[in-house]
Design a protein around this ligand. Structure first.
Ligand SMILES: Nc1ncnc2c1ncn2[C@@H]1O[C@H](COP(=O)(O)OP(=O)(O)OP(=O)(O)O)[C@@H](O)[C@H]1O
Length: 310
């Protein structure tokens, strides 16, 4: 049977308007194009893991608007189990209105909507599913109490937990992550949470070690085009970047985390899982979009063979 991953997290609908220029306050402008896309860190990571063959369940909330059924359908189309997707009455779905100018400059609003209603009770309601999983994957687009509850649930039931602390949240209380297995910030999230600079490799190492002193077990720092680094109490391992021609780097972080969860629960060692995740994320930036740029097992295999890897 495929490895099983539960994503306890967000979904968003991206409302992308392509503009000739950003509107001023009070101004109405005609814009040349509009695209609706599916996103949210939780859903993106779930899609990456599912495309790679994991059996994925999502514990998530949508609003009672036109986006709720579309989001459910998109997840189902990717083979993701939505039996723990809850519709919150009287609440909008999470949406991200995005404006993109011709020079690529963008302005983004995030409306959490129903994602702000995902609660510890939703985790308890999904307990039977979560207990049967190999990993629980978490981010910070849902309430922190829900994240703490899921980490404690995983620790209690022997299910490993992976937390991507994104978007950065200064309110995240590391002392409430007791039992967390994998903590995966990018450089700026690491800087915020450690209160230390992360502008050089040595600074990244020192900042990651400061989190380990505060009780975090395994820190994986993603470093964009510089690859990633795994830091534990005993060790520090550099994961080399994969050189590709970048077309669109949006969603690379989610590709990395979702695929890492899949490779790890599929039996790879942490280092192997990270090396494969770096390749998967690198492949994702060679195509446009977020979920649409995530490879399935076959496409990823072709990419890896072209790199001379497996
Ligand atoms: N230009 C690049 N070339 C090769 N690999 C890249 C590049 N950018 C990102 N990656 C891969 O993707 C991983 C995640 O990227 P990054 O650290 O930028 O995450 P992020 O800041 O969460 O990204 P985003 O918010 O855009 O999804 C990196 O660790 C690296 O393996």
């Amino acid at each position: 049977m495929a490895d099983r991953i539960a994503v306890v997290g967000s979904n968003m609908v991206d409302l992308v308007t392509y503009v000739n220029r950003m509107p001023d306050r009070g101004e109405t402008l005609e814009a040349p194009d509009f695209v609706l896309g599916f996103g949210g860190k939780g859903a993106n990571q779930a899609v990456a893991a599912a495309r790679l063959g994991a059996q994925v369940s999502m514990v998530t909330c949508v609003g009672d608007d036109i986006f709720g059924p579309r989001t459910r359908q998109n997840l189902s189309d990717h083979g993701i189990d939505v039996s723990h997707l809850r519709c919150v009455e009287g609440t909008p779905s999470g949406v991200a209105p995005i404006f993109v100018a011709p020079d690529g400059e963008n302005a983004i609003l995030i409306v959490k909507g129903a994602n702000a209603h995902l609660s510890p009770a939703d985790i308890d309601a999904a307990a039977a599913t979560l207990k049967g999983c190999d990993a629980i994957l978490l981010q910070l687009e849902v309430p922190l109490d829900t994240v703490y509850h899921a980490v404690a649930f995983g620790a209690r039931h022997g299910v490993q937990t992976i937390l991507n602390p994104a978007p950065a949240d200064p309110e995240l209380d590391l002392s409430r992550l007791d039992g967390l297995d994998w903590f995966c910030p990018n450089e700026s999230e690491l800087a915020l949470l450690s209160g230390m600079p992360t502008d050089t490799d040595a600074a990244v190492l020192a900042a990651a070690r400061s989190l380990i002193k505060r009780g975090i077990r395994n820190v994986i720092v993603t470093l964009g085009a510089r690859g990633a680094r795994l830091v534990t109490a005993e060790d520090a391992v550099q994961i080399a970047p994969v050189r590709v021609e970048a077309v669109d780097t949006t969603g690379a972080g989610d590709a990395f985390i979702g695929s890492f969860a899949r490779f790890l629960s599929g039996g790879a060692t942490p280092q192997q899982a990270l090396e494969r995740a770096a390749r998967y994320a690198a492949h994702s930036i060679t195509g446009r979009g977020t979920q649409s740029s995530y490879a399935d097992t076959e496409t990823f295999g072709v990419f890896c063979r072209a790199l001379g890897e497996n």
